[in-house]
Design a protein. Structure first.
Length: 94
């Protein structure tokens, strides 16, 4: 994953604090429990993105071997492939 567990935990806490401070949430569970759930969801979403990246990279190397990693052409094609894979999984990339 691109982010460490500590970074994900810190981001989860910041997101939760912002939501609570702005009164966007009215928790019916404890903050600690919500924090654990939020952290788990962020981790899950990041893993899905990693899987999409890996699948797209494998597809590119198999179907577009003439394109060199890191070139603008490769990056454009890679983004298209990632979007297609994400779409088939019902996932939206940002």
């Amino acid at each position: 994953m691109r982010l460490s567990e500590e970074r994900i935990s810190g981001l989860s806490r910041r997101i939760m604090d912002l939501l609570l401070d702005e009164e966007h949430l009215d928790l019916e569970i404890g903050e600690d429990r919500f924090g654990v759930m939020l952290e788990a969801k962020l981790t899950q979403l990041l893993r899905i993105e990693d899987e999409i990246d890996e699948e797209a990279s494998a597809w590119m190397h198999q179907h577009k071997p003439a394109l060199e990693d890191g070139t603008p052409e490769f990056e454009v094609e890679m983004e298209k492939v990632k979007k297609n894979i994400a779409d088939t999984k019902g996932y939206v990339l940002y």
